[in-house]
Design a protein around this ligand. Structure first.
Ligand code: SF4
Ligand code: SF4
Length: 355
């Protein structure tokens, strides 16, 4: 008699993705705010160079079906590329960095993406760079030296700031997301997906976060460098977070290793008490751990640099989102009270699930 249950016999399906860095830090655009260029000089880091055929083959064999060739994507080339994509009806996403300057001009940025680029899937990523990020791995900061939330050092444009000059100001970031939200709400609901809005809507429909930064755990988005080394995340390409090398280890072994599993769960397990008590905890989950470079007013380390801005954005957007998802709000927790999904909610879910 076979005593294995039917469930035990099923093949285990687990998902992950790995960002390939075939050119790594050798990118020739040299953006001042890029977090990656210094990997070339990082002691015991991946170094500079192009991925060899041997590494590429090993990586492809294990995981991927195609690679892109590096080019010289200046503004004009990018815009021409977009023209071609549109001409041949190829869907595309845009990824826009929100930095200290453009965060003050959310409508200009959003309207450029909508009117000139005609992007219908807009992703925004905040530029937050710890001063010293070139060699100091996240979570290896001296906790005593992290500034208190709200102090002058916790903002850019201070000689002793914790971040580089071009990092976005946290309050500007909240302003940026809130203004983008309003514009999207007034003009683009049902036509455009914006990653930060999409995921907030999804979470308030009881669906999982659509992006790692707002998930309770992460660790399923690794990076493979030019010489084959694999790291916990492309923001964690430091020796302290190296998992192995595709030439010597299998991807599955590295992705599902205890070290990487712990990395993923640490996202929520290392949150400061201040976050655990936050009314937006299940919307935010402390955002990305690489940005947890502040101490709370009580002195506890591990608070996200963007916290004040994120709170502004959540406070601004959630009443509308809860109304559009028809979720009644529990006044004491500010979270929706679960109820059966109705017609308009179904439309939103359909929209969210469209490719
Ligand atoms: S460390 Fe940050 S960017 Fe990397 S997977 Fe986790 S949340 Fe995402
Ligand atoms: S909004 Fe601030 S306090 Fe709340 S979970 Fe996010 S980082 Fe923590």
């Amino acid at each position: 008699m076979n005593n294995q249950s039917e469930t035990e016999k099923l093949p285990v399906q687990r998902r992950f993705h790995i960002m390939a860095k075939p050119g790594g830090s050798t990118c020739n655009i040299d953006c001042q705010y890029c977090y990656y260029l210094d990997k070339a000089d990082l002691p015991n880091g991946p170094g500079a160079g192009r991925m060899s055929d041997e590494v590429l083959e090993s990586y492809i064999r294990q995981y991927i079906e195609g690679v892109t060739k590096n080019g010289k994507p200046t503004f004009d080339l990018v815009m021409n590329g977009i023209k071609l994509l549109k001409k041949h009806r190829v869907p595309f996403n845009t990824l826009t960095c929100v930095n200290r300057l453009n965060a003050k001009r959310p409508l200009d940025v959003y309207r450029f993406l909508r009117r000139e680029v005609q992007s219908t899937y807009i992703q925004f990523i905040p530029i937050v760079e710890y001063k010293g990020f070139e060699t100091t791995a996240p979570q290896y900061w001296d906790p005593e030296k992290l500034p208190i939330d709200g102090s002058p050092e916790s903002r850019p444009d201070h000689p002793d700031s914790v971040v580089t000059d071009w990092s976005v100001d946290p309050d500007d970031y909240g302003y940026f997301l809130s203004k983008v939200f309003d514009e999207w709400l007034n003009r683009d609901v049902g036509k455009v997906l914006v990653n930060h809005i999409e995921t907030l809507v999804a979470q308030h429909l009881g669906l999982p976060s659509q992006i790692c930064i707002y998930s309770g755990f992460c660790g399923k988005g690794l990076a493979v460098e030019n010489e084959g080394s694999v790291y916990s995340c492309d923001h964690y390409v430091y020796p302290e977070y190296k998992l192995g090398n595709v030439k010597d280890n299998s991807l599955a072994e590295m992705v599902f290793s205890p070290v990487q599993t712990k990395f993923g769960f640490d996202k929520s397990e290392t949150l400061p008490g201040y976050c655990r008590k936050c009314e937006y905890l299940t919307d935010c989950w402390g955002e990305c751990p690489k940005n947890r470079i502040l101490r709370t007013v009580d002195g506890e380390p591990g608070l996200n640099y963007l916290c004040s801005g994120l709170k502004k954005y959540f406070k601004h957007a959630l009443p509308e989102i809860n109304q559009s998802t028809n979720q009644p709000i529990n006044q004491s927790t500010n979270q929706p009270i679960n109820q059966p999904i109705n017609q308009s909610t179904n439309q939103l879910i359909k929209f969210l699930n469209e490719p």
